[in-house]
Design a protein around this ligand. Sequence first.
Ligand SMILES: Cc1cc2nc3c(=O)[nH]c(=O)nc-3n(C[C@H](O)[C@H](O)[C@H](O)COP(=O)(O)OP(=O)(O)OC[C@H]3O[C@@H](n4cnc5c(N)ncnc54)[C@H](O)[C@@H]3O)c2cc1C
Length: 389
Amino acid sequence: MRAEIVIVGAGVVGLSTAYHLARAGLRDVLILEREAVGSGSSGRSLGGFRVDFASDVNVRFSLESLKALEGFADEFGVDPDLRRIGYLILTTSEALAARLRENAARLARFGVEVEVLTAGEIKARWPYLNTADLAGGTFCARDGTVGPSELTQGYAAGARRLGVTIREGEEVVGIEARGSRVTAVQTRTGRVETPRVLCAAGAWSSRIGAMVGVQIPVRPVRRQVFVTGPCVAIQGVVPQVVEVGKGWIFRREGAGFLIYGPQDDAPEGAAVLDCTSVGWAVAAAAHRVPPLAEAEVVGGWAGLYEISPDNHAILGPVPGLDGFYVATGFSGHGVMHSPATGKVMAEVILMGQARTLDIAPLTIERFGKGTLLEEPMTAPRQEGREGTD
Ligand SMILES: Cc1cc2nc3c(=O)[nH]c(=O)nc-3n(C[C@H](O)[C@H](O)[C@H](O)COP(=O)(O)OP(=O)(O)OC[C@H]3O[C@@H](n4cnc5c(N)ncnc54)[C@H](O)[C@@H]3O)c2cc1C
């Protein structure tokens, strides 16, 4: 069997890239997925969408993705469930509050309005929040959520319509190279000759790189989400509430609420819920949203963040290995950035460089050169570091 490109992974990133490649006219695009479409992190995402990032490259990816999301229903016939409920970012740290203020001023230069709020102002607008220990926060009304399944399935259907083949239950177990060029992919059941391979394997990307001697610095971090039943004390539109430093999130979901549990380094296969961590999740919720202490926890799930060393995506070709590309390491924002990512990756693969956005800051070479980026507003909490989602 032969393909013009093999994409490893049918998550939202691989699917968006396949769609854009096929739309640009590439034939014989093959996606190999060891489980099913959306079975990785894309199917476990909260679908938070925000422009309120601290690095310019992330802001640009959000703004470009937003354009695509606004036209998604027309392009795919699928409503992407974009809900502008706003993002409320909170912090108990004076240092981070200062960063949030600086960030709001920086975003104004992109035409993005972010309100800087004191603890008192936050309390007045969202009285169910405990603000006693807050140093401040910001609110971006244009941010909100998007449907991860809607995006994933929309891209999958759109790609299939354009002739992309998606083979589910097909695990990639090896990648062949001759000289400095990839030549084929091995699966459990066979071999596909191809001049191009895109690693879009999310939290499992480092394993794919290892198959061809490429170090892809992505590690899996387990995130756990619990779902509560209704809570009558919380009324009105609830924004996506993110607590910087604690990596904690809260928002309405159906009749109840979503609350984050603890995060931990996890073996790659261990995206399973640890029910013993419900106590941590409820305690964190009851502290920040006291009425939630009364709400019943009715369910939950776990998934893996694909964390890169500087909490930014890794995009583009891999130097020294012709035909091998990566699109991974989104560190908790791959769903929201998937529209722009698919577009720029198709440009890189077909035209040799990205035209829509500059991806130079996101190339894999940055780790060798030590030119890491900074994004205090995406990093999950790590040893000695602060961060959020
Ligand atoms: C709890 C949680 C909440 C999140 N919240 C948000 C959010 O609010 N907003 C946001 O934008 N993002 C969020 N994310 C992150 C987001 O889900 C990811 O960044 C995004 O889904 C990455 O998409 P992907 O296509 O790169 O990876 P994935 O969806 O993980 O897809 C990779 C695919 O590769 C497949 N694969 C792996 N190895 C192989 C192999 N050897 N052969 C074949 N196939 C293979 C896997 O089965 C998988 O389906 C969240 C993630 C989690 C876990």
